[in-house]
Write a protein that binds this ligand. Sequence first.
Ligand code: PLP
Length: 395
Amino acid sequence: MSINKTMQHLGEERSVIREIFECGNARKREIGEENVFDFSLGNPSVPAPPEVNAEIARLIADMPSVQLHGYTSAAGAPEVRAAVADYLKAQFGAPVSASRVYMTCGAAASLTITLAAMSEAGDEFVVVAPYFPEYRVFIEQAGGKVVEAKAAENFHLDLAAVDRAIGAHTKAIILNSPNNPTGAVYGKEELAALAALLQKKSEARGAPVYLIADEPYRELTYGAEVPCLLNIYPNTVLCYSFSKSLSLAGERIGYIAVPDACADADALFAAVCGAGRSLGYVCAPALFQRVIAKCLGRSGDIAAYRENRDLLWKGLADMGFACVPPEGAFYLFVKSPEPDAKAFCERAKKYELLLVPSDSFGVEGYVRISYCVAKETIERSLPAFAKLAKEYGLK
Ligand code: PLP
């Protein structure tokens, strides 16, 4: 049978996270939804802000259906691209022209398109471990090679590790802040130091080392500022998504922005358009392009995520689990009390706790807990965590 073995493998293997989520659904059918503590998936748990539904209703009432639901230009509706560029300028002072904004089907599309646009034979892409597992799939599909640079103990950047990871074949580094799975938000100083390093490496190489800023969690922080990378390092391509900020994960809407000062900006943007075309994207969802144009910078109820974060990390820390309080996003990365995180997750399952082992995030010995769930789920799960802690003799 002649089919693509890589694709067959990707389809059969599925992601570890999705696998746990499906097991959780089966278990819920067996013992009841309220008895399973599913912390596997990063599906937003707060409603979209009211502006989203209001804008959907307004567009449906006001705009002729044929126009509203028809194709837009491949890069997006002109007024939407202009709104995004204006927002980036007004909010961050970031120099991006509307003509270099490309609307996408969420961050996954922003990343696959950007990687395909950049990647040439032999290229390497640096990721900071732990990292979103799909990076490996996206990079390898674009023909690139993944090179891991371990984060520091507190999950911030370890510049010496990044320095070692960047070589003669590095095309770009992917940075994700606020971070999935650690919740780290990189500060101005470490980003400025990274920019200086990338600049030095670019000069040594005689070609730019690009920075791909994967920012689906930009608005989801608990006080930490998320510096705008477009202003810190000009060779940054911003890959944004509204999946998490506006709780629109299923609607598939985001964008790519190539700043004016980016090296080879026009060629790179043309390659972005070419990559989107070759991957068959045609255009981003037309209705939601227009919706987000009126909701830029908004977010769902971050206070609810903050409440969950505080309940969970304080609760687990009190029980003796080792965890760094997340500064953003909605994940807690906890050290497994035994070296084998998969074995720990199996033990957790006895108490109906569904956690994700860190192995697929590129590090061993941790678990990820997604706290984008109902507050009651966290409250009711704490006694189960306490039993688990007792099994390991913590505290
Ligand atoms: N990048 C990171 C770090 C993510 O956590 C996710 C989704 O969880 C994505 C990209 C993909 O987001 P989207 O649903 O917008 O494609």
